[in-house]
Design a protein. Structure first.
Ligand code: HEM
Length: 162
């Protein structure tokens, strides 16, 4: 059996989606949907009216998260998404609203159904990991070490060579 190590993420989600331009389209579609979907009104209200800088940060994050160029951590440091979302009340309905926006955005931007399903499953894990509010309003304890939150490389930080 060959012992040659295989590169991690040799076909990263970033490339499968279509690269930078497609990540930008995805983020634009995501926030456009968030602006219009009734069940997303609560999470839209957690954001500033002007989404310009929020979009730019999400593009950088998703580029890196999907195995593309590392645009986020050099600028913002470790993602620590649970901590960064602590100011917001993220319960199951906020999580599901976020996922609905992303699902519709992916439907619009990504023609590869298998990729859409993989990404939504991975997004769901992140969204549920950062959920900090139980149904009924109580604080939700940290669920433990994050697991399987990268689409291509479940447990470890991204090893992309970009
Ligand atoms: C569960 C539902 C979620 C809600 C309601 C939510 C809401 C928010 C809000 C209000 C901000 C602040 C925006 C700003 O200050 O401009 C934010 C930041 C951010 N969110 Fe979420 N979010 C959710 C899930 C997610 C998920 C699943 C991801 C990643 C896959 C994510 C990635 C980010 C990133 C990267 C930032 C910027 C962090 C930084 O400041 O560097 N969010 N989110």
């Amino acid at each position: 059996m060959s012992q040659v190590p295989q590169p991690l993420n040799s076909n990263p989600h970033y490339l499968r989606l279509g690269g930078h331009e497609q990540v930008v389209r995805l983020v634009d579609a995501f926030y456009r949907v968030m602006d219009t979907l009734p069940e997303a009104a609560v999470i839209r209200a957690m954001h500033e009216p002007d989404l310009t800088s929020t979009k730019a940060v999400l593009v950088k994050y998703l580029s890196e998260w999907m195995g593309g160029p590392k645009l986020y951590t050099p600028e913002r440091g470790a993602p620590m998404l649970r901590r960064r979302h602590q100011p917001f009340r993220l319960d199951a309905s906020a999580r599901d609203a976020w996922i609905s926006c992303m699902r519709l955005a992916l439907d619009e931007v990504c023609t590869d159904e298998a990729l859409r399903m993989e990404l939504i499953a991975a997004f769901f894990k992140v969204a549920d990991f950062i959920r900090n509010t139980e149904d009924g309003g109580g604080e939700r304890a940290h669920p433990g070490r994050p697991r399987e939150i990268h689409p291509g490389d479940p447990a470890a930080p991204h090893q992309s060579q970009h």
